[in-house]
Design a protein around this ligand. Structure first.
Ligand SMILES: Nc1ncnc2c1ncn2[C@@H]1O[C@H](COP(=O)(O)OP(=O)(O)OP(=O)(O)O)[C@@H](O)[C@H]1O
Ligand SMILES: [Mg+2]
Length: 216
């Protein structure tokens, strides 16, 4: 499903964020990328989403080498992938509702479906009381929950989540991690980058990174 073959990513010709990584993430797996700050976790996820291109090596998703496919095919892959960004990347001037609805609108879902799905997801994540609030007025934890809703609302095949519970209290963090576990049980491929260990890791594959490399 996701394959890295001897992938290196260098920023500005000098910063080796990812060094010669080879990794296969199987369809339906739950995989944690764990490592200290600066290890290259975010870079690894961005490579899967085609937001960064490898300096060397190949990254393939659904069997397609991301460096060799046309833009339209990359967009098709992204439509089947959800990304919870470490810095959320919400549209600040849009409401909670608008931010949550966008993946469904891109997929051309009917307004009736969009409406019911958005309300259901916001209810489930505890954000209905903020539905018409602008994203910029939300607390850190609320923004993170909205980012999670936006990443999974269209039921993607792959979910990439970058520190998805960092801003949450313990109870909410456990609740959100359980969301990932349920998605995994349903067959979604999940890749979570994290500094901290999580009880869920007992059920998951753990890939440890340091200085851009995978540790054995
Ligand atoms: N756009 C960029 N331009 C230049 N250097 C970058 C860029 N993005 C990341 N880096 C550098 O690449 C290295 C890996 O960064 P990355 O964000 O992938 O690490 P990380 O494991 O996600 O860290 P954290 O746990 O702090 O989020 C770091 O040295 C970082 O400074
Ligand atoms: Mg990071």
């Amino acid at each position: 499903m996701i394959t890295f073959e001897n992938v290196t990513k260098v920023y500005h010709d000098t910063v080796y964020a990812v060094r010669d990584i080879s990794l296969v993430i199987e369809k339906g797996s739950l995989c944690f990328i764990v490592g200290p700050s600066g290890a290259g976790k975010t870079t690894l996820l961005k490579l899967v989403y085609g937001l960064e291109r490898p300096s060397e090596g190949t990254v393939s998703v659904f069997g397609s080498d991301l460096s060799r496919i046309p833009r339209s095919r990359l967009q098709a892959i992204r439509r089947h992938t959800g990304f919870v960004f470490q810095d959320y990347r919400l549209v600040e001037d849009w409401t909670v509702y608008q931010n949550a609805a966008i993946p469904l609108e891109i997929l051309g879902k009917s307004p009736l479906y969009v409406r019911s799905r958005v309300w259901r997801m916001l209810k489930w994540i505890g954000l209905t009381h903020k539905v018409y609030e602008r994203a910029r007025n939300l607390s850190g934890g609320e923004r993170q929950r909205l980012a999670l809703v936006r990443a999974i609302i269209h039921d993607p095949d792959i979910v990439l989540a970058d520190e998805p519970v960092g801003g949450q209290d313990e109870t909410t963090a456990r609740y959100l991690m359980n969301v990932f576990y349920k998605l995994h049980r349903k067959g979604t491929t999940i890749v979570i980058a994290s500094h901290r260990s999580d009880p869920l890791m007992d059920h998951a594959r753990i890939v440890r990174m340091e200085h851009g490399r995978i540790l054995e």
